[in-house]
Design a protein around this ligand. Sequence first.
Ligand SMILES: Cc1ncc(COP(=O)(O)O)c(C=O)c1O
Length: 299
Amino acid sequence: MLQKFDPRNKDIKIWVKDGLYARQDAKVSVFDSVVQGGDAVWEGLRVYPEGIFMLDRHLGRLADSAKAMAFTDVPKNETIIAALKETLEANKMDRDVHIRLTLTRGEKITSGMDPRLNQFGSCLIIVPEYKPPVYDNENGISVITSSIRRNSPNNLDSKIHHNNLINNILAKIQSNVAGADAALMLDWYGFAAELNGTNIFMSKNGKLFTPHADACLHGITRGLIIEIGKEINNPVIEKNISLTELYAADEVFCSGTMGELTPIHLIDGRNIENTSGIKTLPSIIEKFEAKIPQLCVTI
Ligand SMILES: Cc1ncc(COP(=O)(O)O)c(C=O)c1O
């Protein structure tokens, strides 16, 4: 599914380091760590009329990622929240907005990998865009299995939400070539990990399953679905899930801030058919939607 340019985003104001800039003037230095090595951490946030959805959890994950990457200059939550508030106010945005919140290690005194070359402090970037959920949540999406494995803690821990997205981008290229909407990525052992930008769930005979969060991002939306599962007395079971189990599932869906909850109707050419007739997704979506206003943080 190819996103289109939304003309409402033509004149947006973007936060870079210490202030707001018009879209065409919002830039980072060519010496910035994110340019030189993808050396940055990020969060995708969604804005609803009631506030920013689960902002506290997103800021917590950002701080954890920055800590894992040994960032020495991490802005306090109050500083980030003040910048978010100023950005949304300047753009008069209060709904249907997705924010790409990035913290780079900042500018270097000369090209090189060594973080000791970063002597100007970190760089906070806030890109707010009008962007309703990006997938077809009514009809669902198709996916293919990529040959690119999702990172395990052995190489680059998927628990760090970093900007080095090459493995996911390579997987996405494969799905584009195959004419599918997204790529399913496996872990080192060949079990499903996640899609290239979302977490994955399946149901069989009314029971809900999701892969362990070993080789996938521990998505904030994923975490909420696990909480919802407990509330509706249908706890999500975290387990190794093989492709055969996914092909034969009654329902498969993916979750993420960018697209919310999206059914998957085709995997590697296999239609996902609900042979048990038991549907779990509608009740999860109902609970999810009811929780949006409750879990939004007003800034
Ligand atoms: C690889 C990957 N998986 C899953 C997700 C979904 O995570 P969340 O629910 O926190 O948006 C994201 C979102 O950025 C992602 O990049």
